[in-house]
Structures are given as structure tokens and as C-alpha cells.
Ligand binder design. Structure first.
Ligand code: ADP
Ligand code: TRP
Length: 432
């Protein structure tokens, strides 16, 4: 449950108390009449066609409280019960996957599996980044289906809606809006260094869009809106995370350094950190152990999709690239495929490297491959049946996505509001 900022964090409550005692802690926003509580009541009503409805705003003093550990927009930590009776403050995480094509083993091992494993530890927001999906040519008729697919796979892989908010990015309009604000803060030179853009632009040729170039800024908006402290992603996203940090810092430097603000509170955004798994951070193609398993690889045989039926998995594994060495071993630079397949085997069996070497170290490819295929089939089977259940009757999925969007919007709307105020915009509330 998303709580109003003043209730959701022990740190923030302490910060507010301190603010009462020492007015210097309070940051006065010119003309601001919207408290974080009131802002959290801003709702985009789907019944109203997505237009902002005037919230039942209780007008409170024009003061927003910010502190280094908990910015005003930031109910960025949730309380949970802890064993010693003290409220436990959980860090907030946000992550997302694009609804383009099928989710594959790389997305699952590099990202989603760790989201699931850490659900109790953090306050979680997971989105299906459909706005990112249109940065490459897409088929309109498939976008909705793919978005539901990915959301269903999140749940099927173990994301629990009682512990994590799951939503579709475009359902929370603040993402697109903050992206625009951040566009105007980010120097072109920073963007021209983005490796993923260069790689993808090469593939798209003449038809490459401004959207693809802007992709990392939209990603920064996704993250910064939630004041996320940690962002669990695969290794390939490290540069985008660095950019998000740089943008947050630049925005805070440019717009939050008014003399009237206390040193500690001079920011709107929190600088996020990447949370990158050691294992599964880079699952490689089945056809080339030196290139990443990816949705965009035209060869379907290069990846295991989470929804591949058992016979397809067996066929793909039997056809995957091998070498002429005998036995199975890790980290031989001449055998990237062997390392990759052992890593996959390790990830889906949860066995240790020692156990695996004892079990398969002496095997030939012909013996190891069927073992790997069956381990994959067994690991994916429960995910596939849960997915089928969720897609057969979508009512549960839709409910989860609706509740997720509402919770996300409450948080994102608040941050967006603060960013606009810091940049000097007037808002509709000022007109009331
Ligand atoms: P893709 O690169 O296949 O298009 P996305 O860009 O949608 O996939 O990535 C979604 C998430 O999955 C990101 O966190 C990304 O780092 C992770 N990921 C994608 N491919 C791999 C891979 N081969 N190994 C590990 N993680 C990956
Ligand atoms: N760019 C990410 C990827 O390709 C997807 C993404 C979009 C994302 N927004 C995000 C990941 C925010 C983490 C947080 O994998």
C-alpha cells in the first residue's frame, strides 16, 4: 500500500519534526499550495479519458519538506514490521522490461528472477515499458497483447502483487511528461555517447527515430519519478543508469540550489544505483557465446523464450553452438559457449559450480545437452502453466495492473509536480 509521504517513512516523519523545530529545514516553493499528501491525491481518471481531475485538495501551507535522506516527493521508503519492534525502512526499487517480442532466459535470469528473490527486502515497482517499445518499428495490433503478456509473465515468474506494484508505463502519464522536462536538461553530448543507441541505430538504418535517441532519458524519467534507490537490471543497462544519475544531479544542481533552500534539501531527485546480479547478468546467445541473448536477434534459435514449449526448448538446445573440446568446463576463453551453457545450467538448477563440475565435468556435449534441456523444461514448466492460467481469464491481471497504475501514479505525480515547480512552472492548482 502506498502511504502518504508523511506516514510512509520513519525518516521522513523525523525530518518533518525537525522541520517544525528548525524552520530552516523547510523549503518554500513559490506559490505552492500542494502538499505531498494533496499531490498524492492527484488521480488520472480513466473514466475521464485520462484527463487530470481536480483532486479534493486540502490546501495546506506552501511548504514542501525535503531532506537528504528523504526528499519531499519521496515516500521513498516503506515501513515494514521488523523483529526488534523498530519500523524497518525498505529501500525502493523500480525496474521494467519492454513489451517487444517474447521474454527470454536473459531477461528472466538477468532481471526478473532477482526482482522476485528480493521482493520482501524492498518496496517494489515493476513496469512494462510500452513507451520504450515504440522506439523501434512496432505492430500496433500487437502492442496491447505484448504488454499483457509481459505483465502476466512477471506474475507467473513470482512477482506477488501484494508485495510489488505492477503497472504499464503509458498508464502513468507522468513518465512521458517528465521525459520532456529532462530532455530540456540533458546535453546532447551525453546522449551521443550511449552505446545501446549506436548499436540499435545501426540496425534501424534510415528509419531511426528521435524516440530511440531519447530512450535513455525516458528510462531516467521512469526511475527518477519513483525516487528509486536501486534499479535491478542486466549488465547492458549500466550506462543508462549512470546517465540517470548524471541527469538527476544536473537537475538538482540547476534547479534546486536556491539560497532559500537548506543545503540538505537541495534536490528533487534521488540518484539511483544499479543493482546488477553476478550470475545471469549476461546470458549469451545459444548460437554465439560471445553475443548477448536478445529479443532483437532475428534467429529465434539464439534464445530460449520463457514460453517456448518443451519440444522447442529441446530442439534449440540440441542445435546450439558447441566446440570440439572434450568435457565441460568454466571460463576457458576458447570456449565461451561452454561457459554460457554451464552458467544457464547453474542458474536453473541452483546447484553449486563444484556440484555441477562433479556431475557434468566429464561429459561430452551429447550427454550434457539433454540434461540441460530437461533442467530448462522443468524450471520453466511452472512459470508457463501460471502464465496460461492468468491469460485465460485476464480479470486478475487487469485488476493488478489497475491497482498498480493507481499506486504508481500517486508517487510519480508527486515527483513530477515537484520537478515542474522547481523549474518554475505554474500548475492548475495555482489557478483554483
Ligand atoms: P532485450 O535486450 O532482449 O531487448 P530488454 O532490453 O527488454 O531485452 O531487457 C530487459 C531486461 O533484461 C534488462 O534489465 C536487461 O538488462 C535484461 N537482459 C536483457 N538481455 C539479457 C541477457 N542476455 N542477459 C542478462 N540480462 C539481460
Ligand atoms: N532500458 C531497459 C532495458 O532495455 C528497460 C527499461 C526502461 C528500464 N525503463 C526502465 C529498466 C527503468 C529499469 C528501470 O532493459
Amino acid at each position: 500500500m502506498i502511504r502518504p509521504a508523511w506516514r510512509s517513512s520513519g525518516i521522513l516523519v523525523a525530518g518533518m519534526l525537525a522541520a517544525c523545530m528548525a524552520p530552516v529545514m523547510a523549503f518554500r516553493v513559490p506559490g505552492a499550495g500542494l502538499t505531498s499528501l494533496a499531490a498524492s491525491r492527484l488521480r488520472v481518471s480513466s473514466a475521464a479519458g485520462g484527463r487530470l481531475q481536480r483532486p479534493a485538495v486540502r490546501r495546506l501551507p506552501a511548504v514542501l519538506h525535503m531532506s537528504a535522506s528523504a526528499p519531499a516527493a519521496d515516500n521513498a521508503a516503506a515501513e515494514g514490521a521488523s523483529t526488534d519492534g523498530k519500523p524497518e525502512v525498505r529501500k525502493r526499487i523500480l525496474s521494467g522490461v519492454q513489451p517487444t517480442g517474447n521474454l527470454h532466459l536473459g531477461n528472466y535470469l538477468g532481471a526478473i528472477r532477482q526482482w522476485v528473490a528480493n521482493q520482501d527486502k524492498y518496496e517494489n515497482f515493476f513496469c512494462v515499458v510500452d513507451l520504450h517499445a515504440i522506439t523501434a518499428p512496432h505492430v500496433p495490433a500487437e502492442l496491447t497483447k505484448s504488454s499483457f503478456d509481459i505483465a502476466a509473465l512477471y506474475l507467473a515468474a513470482g512477482i506477488d502483487p501484494n508485495k510489488s506494484k505492477v503497472f504499464i508505463q503509458s498508464h502513468v502519464t507522468a513518465h512521458a511528461e517528465l521525459c520532456w522536462l529532462l530532455n530540456c536538461v540533458t546535453p546532447m553530448g551525453w546522449m551521443e555517447k550511449m552505446i545501446q543507441y549506436k548499436e540499435k541505430a545501426k540496425k534501424q538504418g534510415e528509419s531511426v527515430s528521435i524516440g530511440l535517441f531519447d530512450y535513455p532519458i525516458l528510462m531516467a524519467a521512469d526511475i527518477l519519478l519513483y525516487q528509486a534507490q536501486l534499479v535491478p537490471v542486466g549488465e547492458d543497462q549500466r550506462q543508462h543508469l549512470e546517465l540517470s544519475r548524471d541527469i538527476a544531479r544536473r537537475f538538482n544542481d540547476q534547479y534546486c540550489k536556491k539560497k532559500s533552500m537548506p543545503a540538505k534539501g537541495r534536490r528533487v531527485f534521488r540518484e539511483p544505483e544499479a543493482l546488477i546480479v553476478k550470475e545471469g547478468a549476461r546470458v549469451m546467445s545459444l548460437l554465439d557465446g560471445t553475443s548477448k541473448m536478445s529479443k532483437s536477434d532475428p534467429a529465434d534459435g539464439s534464445r530460449i523464450n520463457l514460453l517456448d514449449p518443451p519440444e522447442v526448448i529441446r530442439k534449440k538446445v540440441s542445435r546450439c553452438k558447441t566446440d570440439s573440446f572434450e568435457g565441460m568446463e568454466w571460463n576457458n576463453p576458447e570456449r565461451p559457449e561452454c561457459t554460457n551453457l554451464l552458467n544457464i545450467y547453474k542458474a536453473v538448477t541452483d546447484k553449486s559450480e563444484e556440484e555441477i563440475l562433479a556431475e557434468v565435468g566429464h561429459m561430452r556435449w551429447g550427454e550434457f545437452k539433454p540434461l540441460l534441456a530437461e533442467a530448462l523444461v522443468a524450471h520453466l514448466e511452472p512459470i508457463q502453466s501460471k502464465y496460461a492460467e492468468l491469460m485465460e481469464d485476464k480479470s486478475q491481471l487487469k485488476r493488478v495492473l489497475l491497482e498498480g497504475a493507481e499506486a504508481a501514479e500517486a508517487v510519480a505525480g508527486q515527483t513530477n509536480e515537484l520537478a515542474k515547480r522547481a523549474m518554475g512552472f505554474t500548475t492548475r492548482q495555482d489557478l483554483a
